[in-house]
Design a protein around this ligand. Structure first.
Ligand code: ADP
Ligand code: MG
Length: 150
């Protein structure tokens, strides 16, 4: 488990990039934190760490965006998931089998559909520009407790 405080968006992107560089096909990032916490910002760093050069933005109406780099990135944002909407019908489970990294914003809305084996990432705003970020690989040892370099 890693706990860091970032002082601005660029530091969050740099952290995401470090994490992205460690990821392998099939990894799932379950990302939680309130609106504006920095989930999408973090994922844009992950994309950079996966060698993806396109712009990562919030999927607004589209719930899933696909990006192709060293490993594909499937960026899922469940913010607009409506009450009573059947998450199983979105076909999200298919993405877990596609040999990419799946990064999910509002992952808590996945309920039982979230794979047990995932990396838990929580962002908590401390003030306008500081975010407390915890990363827990839940025993998979994917993320070393000391990140070195950037
Ligand atoms: P979310 O996807 O969680 O709703 P976004 O990543 O879209 O959040 O937006 C986060 C906003 O907060 C951006 O405008 C970003 O520039 C700003 N911000 C300020 N400080 C930080 C920080 N330390 N980490 C991430 N974002 C930050
Ligand atoms: Mg977002």
């Amino acid at each position: 488990m890693i706990g860091v405080v970032t002082n601005n968006a660029n530091e969050t992107i740099a952290l995401g990039r470090q994490i992205g560089s460690l990821l392998r096909p099939g990894d799932v990032l379950a990302i939680s934190g309130e609106l504006g916490a920095g989930k999408t910002t973090f994922i844009s760093g992950v994309a950079a760490g996966l060698g993806i050069s396109d712009l990562v933005s919030s999927p607004s109406f589209v719930i899933i965006n696909e990006h192709f780099g060293r490993i594909p990135l499937f960026h899922i944002d469940l913010y607009r998931l409506e009450e009573g909407m059947d998450i199983e019908q979105l076909g999200i489970e298919e993405y877990f089998k596609r040999g990419g990294v799946v990064a999910i914003e509002w992952a808590e809305r996945m309920g039982d559909l979230l794979p047990d084996q995932h990396i838990d990432i929580r962002l908590e705003p401390l003030d306008d520009n500081r975010r407390s970020i915890t990363i827990d690989d839940r025993g998979s040892n994917r993320i070393p407790s000391q990140l070195i370099g950037g």
